[in-house]
Structures are given as C-alpha cells and as structure tokens.
Write a protein that binds this ligand. Structure first.
Ligand code: FRU
Length: 540
C-alpha cells in the first residue's frame, strides 16, 4: 500500500494521530545529547531534523546574515502527521543549528507548506522599532472541515516575527486568503515582491493549475490570474510552486521560471518537480513560445530526473550582491517517504543548489549545481590522470577514511565513436551490496542502479534501475559531478544540465569505491576526488 499524504490525512482525521494543541505538547528538544548523528543511514552532509518526521522545505529566507530553513515537521512520530514548521538556521548554507519549532497547529488547522519574506518597507505594518518584520505565509489545513466533507479546508494564513525569526506570532485576523474556490487542494503559497508591478505576488497551487494573487500589504490579496490547466505534467496534484526571474546565461535577457511539484506523475514515478520558462507581466505568467512545445504534450520538463528531489523551492531575499538563485529540495518521494528504513528521524534535504538558466538547442533549460560553499567541507583530495585503464580504477585507498565519510567526485570522460560503454562509479560493501551510477553510451542514458544497494523491501518500486536521457547532448564528452553521502547520490552531469538525486539504504556503509567501465571505447580524461567533513558537530 502506498502511504501518501492523502492517506495520512485520512488517518489523522480518524484520530489515529494525536493532534497537537496550539502550544504543541511534545516538541523534541533541539539537538539532544543522545544524538550521535551516526545512526545507520544518517546523512553527514545533508540537513536532517534531529528527530522525527520532516518533509518539504518551507519559508526559506535570508535575513541579517542567516539562511532560515523551516520545514514540514511532525514532532511526535517518524511518519507524517499534523504539520508544524520545524526551524534551523545557517550562516554558511552548510552547517545548521536546530532551533525550536516555529509554528504549531492551531484551531484553524495544521501548518502546511509556505514561504517567508523580509517585509523591508513594513508594508504589513507588523514591524517593530523601525525594523522590518519577517512574514511567513502558509497553508492552514483544517482536518475537521475535511472530515466534515467540506471543500474549503485549505486556506492561507500568516505569521510574523520581530526577533530574527526566533519567535512567531500568528496574524490575529487569519486566514488572509480564504478558499471560496471549491478547490480542495489550494495550498503552498510562495510570496515575492515584484518590482515591475509594485506589489507582493503570491504563487499558489490549486489542484491542477497555478493561481496568482497580488497584494500591497501581505494581508489583503486579490486574484490576478491562473496558469497551467493545459500545460505540463498532470499525472498528479500540483504542489509547492515557486516563481522568480532568472538571468539567461551569456545574454542580457531575463526570463521568469515557474517551478511546480507534482505528486504522483513524475517521469520516474511518484513525486517530481517540473518547470516552465516564460514571462510574468505583473498579472499573468505566459510561457515562452519556444518553451510551449516542450510542455504541450503533457510530458513536462523536470528539474531533477532522479526519484528523490521533491517540493523544492528557492530562498527569498538573497542579497543582490550575491545574486544567486538558491534552491533546496526534500530528498524523498511520497511513494515511500513514510517507510524508508531510518529510525530516529525521517527524511533529509538535498544539498543547497544554485539554479541557472541556459538557452540550449532544445530551448530554455535550468542547470543545477551544488553551491560553492560546500567546497569548504573538502578535507582531502586526489587527482586521477586520464586513460582507458583509469576508468576502472579502485578509489577505496584514495578515499582513506571511515565509510560514513561523504565523498565527492568530478570525472570527465571521452567516448570513442560508436562506443556502447556503460561506465561510472560503484559503491559497495562486504555484504555484497552495491550501488552504481553513471552513463550508458549504448542506450544514451544516465542510470542509477540501486537494485542491489541494500534494503528496498519497503517499497515495490524502490529497487528498479532508473534511466535518464541526458537533457543536453554533450557526447563525445560526458562529465559526472557526484556528491555521495551515506544514503544518497546526487549527480550533476554535464555541468548541471542533467541532475539525478537518488536515495539508497545499504545495511552497512559502503566502504569501497571504484570506477567501472564495461564495453570499451571510453577513456577517463581527468578525475578529482574529495573527502568531505561532516556538517554535524557531533560527528566531526
Ligand atoms: C508536498 C505537500 C504540500 C503540503 C505538505 C503537507 O509534499 O503535500 O503540498 O503543503 O506536503 O505536509
């Protein structure tokens, strides 16, 4: 049986989950002494909650030297339940401090996904002492209304903080956007200030389309337009949108990007994030004519072709002097998120990524790359010189460190004409478990093979091998940039044109690493390897 949010909602409505009061009865203390962060599978490089259930990243905002990360959180269990906003901050996007829960459910409902902004000019009037407030806009999900068969059980609420996000006050007149649409799935507001139209714009998911609202003060909202009934993937419910302008690389132009997560219906099963590229005129999003063809037939264009990057959105209020568009996704998939074999906590985020926009022969495409800040974690490195033999080298001795240590590889290959080589990186252990990720020149597909990588009995689909067509053809050159943690691989191939994020659960950490190449006709041009330090003080 698939444990989906909808099923869990049904369970919650029948009282199988203990609902929390407004003050939340059982918040876990942040970073308990018992936490080793070396429990089986605990990522060393990726954000995880200290304990219990996490899903989508929420409210990501940069303010006063801190990156805030809020997230969907259920503090009473390691499976999804009445949602809170968990909270962490970082000054470098790499190391995170766990903070107390920011938002608890109240009489209006659970606190579903949403966003946060710095209200720089105090348009809301909620600031104090001349300082701008942080304003969070989120979805209230009302389980009583849902159980009563009503349609208006999701609507948007607001909260604000005048102490650098440490404590939050719910706006007294919530909700700020009621739901008189007759649409049940009406959620995940992402808010940004739009200079062009001089207003706040809210991008909201409404079942099978995106709906935009505008406001002068973050409190009073008017409907602007709808988008997407006919375009892109529609195999599931639209969720967690984000819309922002992005400069087109090597040009003077800027385009608007609209991210839309859908579940199920992703090309590789279950949950995934598609995107549209176009223009926004302060009222309407119009896909670029060159992009329409890509999304007309329902296939969609996707941010990540792996199975484990969902509900990702970008940070708000990154200073112009930085100028990057920074993204974080939830590294899981609703098909099995609730049953993956972790014990103290469930789910991790992807590494923070920078999104860039490129004009390719196939049209506008987003490239994803790990943020440069992660390089500060590199503790040791080695070079691999090129050659055909080098493409089958063992790297175990070069990566001389405990098997729980995260690893990074940058590999570039050249294919001979007509090569059908299948090559890449293999992780393995003494239990005979092995994970492989790489490129198959015969089939012209990247692949991630977790069929023998450890436990996959918890979900029927988990053990399948994934094939991903390169998003941009680069043969005869193929480059693999890999970030390997204890239970995940993130592949940024061909400069970030093709991204594949995948989980795996070996019964023992993979202690062996090697390059493999089968079928001939492939040569490693150059390789670099890095050992990465853990981001958790307890494990350092
Ligand atoms: C996406 C999602 C959101 C919702 C939240 C509930 O994963 O289903 O649409 O707000 O999770 O936890």
């Amino acid at each position: 049986m698939r444990i989906t949010p909808l099923l869990l909602l049904a369970l919650a409505a029948t009282g199988l989950f203990i609902a929390c009061g407004p003050t939340g009865p059982t918040a876990v203390a942040p970073t308990t002494e018992a936490a080793t962060y070396l429990e089986p599978h605990r990522p060393q490089l990726h954000f995880t909650p200290d304990a219990h259930w996490m899903n989508d990243p929420n409210g990501m905002v940069y303010y006063d030297g801190e990156y805030h990360l809020f997230y969907q959180y259920y503090p009473d269990s390691t499976v999804w339940g009445p949602m809170h906003w968990g909270h962490a901050v970082s000054t470098d996007l790499v190391h995170w401090d766990h903070l107390p829960i920011a938002l608890y459910p109240d009489s209006l409902g659970y606190i579903f996904s949403g966003s946060a902004v710095v209200d720089e000019n105090n348009t809301s009037g909620l600031g104090k002492d001349g300082q701008p407030p942080l304003v969070a806009i989120f979805t209230y999900h009302n389980p009583e209304r849902e159980a009563a068969g009503r349609e208006d059980y999701q609507y948007q609420g607001m909260a604000y903080s005048n102490d650098r996000g440490r404590t939050w006050t719910k706006y007294a007149q919530n909700p700020v956007v009621k739901n008189d649409t007759g649409i049940r799935d009406f959620r995940d507001p992402k808010v940004r200030w739009d200079d062009g139209s001089g207003q706040w714009v809210m991008t909201l998911a409404a079942q099978d389309h995106i709906t935009f609202y505008g406001s002068q003060n973050l409190i009073d909202w008017t409907h602007l337009s709808d988008f997407g009934y006919e375009l892109g993937g529609h195999g599931g419910v639209w969720e967690c949108p984000d819309m922002f302008p992005l400069a087109v690389s090597d040009s003077d132009s800027t385009k608007w990007v609209l991210l839309v997560s859908i579940n199920p219906g992703a090309p590789n099963g279950g949950s995934g994030t598609q995107y549209f590229v176009g223009d926004f005129n302060g009222k309407k999003f119009t896909p670029d004519p060159s992009f329409v063809g890509d999304v007309e037939d329902g296939r969609g264009v996707w941010l990540d072709y792996g199975r484990d990057n969902y509900a990702g959105v970008t940070w708000s209020d990154i200073p112009e002097t930085d100028g990057r568009r920074l993204f974080l996704g939830w590294m899981s998939n609703w098909t099995y998120a609730n049953v993956v074999p972790t014990e103290r906590w469930r789910s991790a985020m992807t590494v923070p990524r920078e999104l860039t926009l490129h004009r390719s022969p196939d049209g506008y495409r987003i490239f994803s790359t790990p943020v440069g800040e992660l390089e500060a974690l590199r503790s040791a490195s080695f070079m691999l010189s090129g050659g055909e033999e080098a493409s089958t080298a063992s790297l175990t001795e070069k990566f001389a460190a405990p098997a729980s240590t995260p690893r990074e590889l940058e590999l570039s290959y050249e294919l001979q004409a007509g090569s059908t080589a299948r090559f890449g990186v293999e992780l393995s252990n003494d239990r005979g478990e092995r994970y492989r990720i790489g490129y198959d020149a015969g089939r012209k597909q990247y692949f991630s093979d977790r069929s023998a990588a450890g436990d996959h009995a918890f979900s029927e689909a988990f053990g399948d091998t994934l094939d991903v067509a390169p998003r941009i053809a680069t043969e005869p050159l193929v480059t693999l940039h890999l970030i390997l943690d204890r239970s995940s691989a993130e592949l940024f191939a061909d400069g970030g044109a093709t991204t594949v994020t995948e989980l795996f659960f070996p019964s023992e950490d993979f202690d062996r690493v090697r390059l493999f190449a089968e079928g001939g006709g492939v040569r490693l041009l150059e390789g670099k390897g890095y050992l990465l330090r853990s981001i958790w003080p307890e494990a350092r």
